[in-house]
Design a protein around this ligand. Structure first.
Ligand code: GRF
Length: 187
């Protein structure tokens, strides 16, 4: 069993995938805490519906958000920190406390298409194959050692919506697969 802290900034569909996998017995884990960088993130509703503790931490609410995040994650005694659509950079305050324990999800095959518009950027570039990456986070956006990747082909008639839908589906599967793997290694 691994204890997770999940960081979000938006819809939280990846958070939901983790919640569902735990509920269905496919993932031997518990989510101790969900921290959002935005008070209006829909993922906070998903967490509350599942009975998970939540917190909002941002430059608006805290002078040093990363220090507060580290404090909350330490209090919750999490084994791993999952950045699931978390759109801010984590500093050494968190990364040094959880070395090789902070996992980020990215909707492209890194090192291609880093940044916040990876799916659109892959479409615009005209690549024929893109995918999803799960990697350990470091102090740069979308860098750090790769844990797993899964590819998919871009179809001629793909739009941002159609491609995003397929990528999100793969993200949900790959993230849960990686976490299951980490959980089984811990046992
Ligand atoms: C995902 O595509 C993730 O890779 C990216 O932001 C999106 C978050 O989606 N960094 P959600 O909030 O989990 O629905």
């Amino acid at each position: 069993m691994i204890k997770l802290g999940v960081l979000i900034s938006g819809s939280g569909s990846n958070l939901q995938a983790i919640i569902d996998a735990i509920a269905q017995g496919r993932l031997d884990a518990s989510i101790e805490l969900v921290i959002s960088s935005r008070a209006d993130a829909y993922g906070l509703e998903r967490a509350k519906s599942a009975g998970i503790d939540t917190a909002v931490v941002s430059p608006k609410t805290h002078e040093n958000p990363n220090a507060r995040i580290a404090e909350l994650l330490l209090q919750a005694e999490v084994d791993y920190v999952v950045m699931a659509g978390y759109m801010r950079l984590l500093g050494s305050e968190v990364l040094d406390v959880f070395p090789n324990r902070v996992i980020n999800l990215h909707p492209a095959l890194l090192p291609s298409f880093k940044g916040a518009h990876a799916i659109q950027d892959a479409l615009d570039f005209g690549v024929k194959v893109t995918g999803v990456t799960v990697h350990y986070a470091n102090e740069e956006f979308d860098c750090g050692p790769i844990i797993a990747q899964r590819a998919l082909e871009i179809q001629k008639d793909d739009t941002l919506d159609s491609l995003s839908e397929r990528i999100h589906h793969i993200e949900h599967e790959l993230l849960v697969d990686v976490l299951s793997d980490l959980a089984s290694k811990k046992n």
